[in-house]
Design a protein around this ligand. Sequence first.
Ligand code: 9D3
Length: 234
Amino acid sequence: MVLSLADYGVVGRAIENKLVVIEALNPRDFSTDRHHRVDDRPYGGGPGMVMQMEPLQKAIQKATQNTSESHVVCLSAQGKRLEHADVQRLGAYPHLVLVAGRYEGIDERLIEAEVDEEICIGDYVVSGGELPAMVLVDALVRQIPGALGHEDSAAQDSFVDGLLDCPHYTRPESIEGQVVPEVLLGGDHNAIEKWRTKQSLGRTYLRRPDLIAKMDLSEEQRTLLAEYLKEQQD
Ligand code: 9D3
């Protein structure tokens, strides 16, 4: 599942171009149990199973055996919610080990002993840590210089400047009566830039008031936002 990342898009190309190496280990291969079990019943009772420490610890040791500085991240619903600042921070480590759990959870002693931090990708439940790990890998690889076709596109991504992206349009000019905004059809690049910034501010204000609240809007940004809201009324 995790290695399927290599088959597509930005991550696939980054691997081909040797900008990043991605390896995967299956905890089952480190189980000493006859049936390659990695889970057992929870102490204290209750539903579900718990991942045992030993197979995961052996897998982590294998993953770190040829590296001096390794940072171990466990994908966990109990972790800190991932944001762009975390992607930037984690991207500075030369070697990351991402631990993905299944079942109800992982034996807490494994986390105590081997994990440097726990990361969650949002307040909803998915079935295991693999997809969250893949999300993190994708976000990290996009940050590697040269991984994106256009050199500075990562810097242009939404959230980097704290705002949502503006709307985009391509041909045709009209679809079922829905037309492309006039300003984008002309060649006035200052007017286009101003329109895009205004749209970004406006939709961030409407859709993500939390992002606007932690920004310190300039006088110019305030004016653009006021214009956007006024134009919304008309
Ligand atoms: C529904 C079961 N939950 C407790 C009643 C606990 C639970 C166990 C295992 C919840 C999720 C999972 C599997 N998820 C992850 O390992 C996970 C995750 C997620 O579910 N949401 C957002 N980020 C992450 S990172 C890892």
